[in-house]
Ligand binder design. Structure first.
Ligand code: FES
Ligand code: FES
Length: 150
């Protein structure tokens, strides 16, 4: 079946099977910034934005997103590089496997919640797991980034 949606600002059409998940569709079309960690909706590394909201692409059927807007880090490259600078400064940039999903979540958080508290930030990023950082350095980087971009 054919499914058309907007990917990083461009109208695209993909041939998919009815049971195919968005993670597979994207990765099989060279959008490899979207990672496959658990493939069962628990780790967050496959996060993309669907109409601006973070979703787990391993749990979204491609057939159900006709006409919607999908954003990956390729679509907000400049902002992601900027966020990465903050992560680097705080020593939060380690293996990098979680970075794409987390950067998209931070982008959505910035748009959705004005002046978030530490609790708001923790709640918002709760689905983005990281095996390396211990979260404290990530949290510091996110707080500084949001503070500098009010
Ligand atoms: S790969 Fe989707 S949540 Fe882990
Ligand atoms: S930096 Fe390695 S999983 Fe997060």
């Amino acid at each position: 079946m054919k499914v058309a949606f907007i990917l990083n600002g461009r109208n695209r059409e993909f041939e998919v099977s009815p049971e195919e998940y968005l993670l597979e569709t994207l990765r099989s079309h060279h959008i490899t910034s979207v990672k496959n960690g658990c493939n069962e909706s628990t780790c967050g590394v496959c996060t993309v934005l669907l109409d601006g909201k973070p979703v787990l692409s391993c749990s979204v059927l491609t057939a159900r997103i006709e006409g919607q807007e999908v954003t990956t880090v390729e679509g907000i490259q400049k902002e992601v590089e900027h966020i990465s600078d903050y992560f680097g400064d705080e020593g939060a940039d380690q293996c990098g496997f979680c970075n794409s999903g987390l950067a998209l979540t931070i982008h959505a958080l910035k748009k959705e919640i004005k002046d978030p508290s530490e609790e708001d930030i923790k709640n918002y990023i709760v689905g983005n797991l990281c095996r390396c950082s211990g979260y404290q350095s990530q949290l510091k980087a996110i707080k500084r980034y949001l503070e500098d971009h009010k």
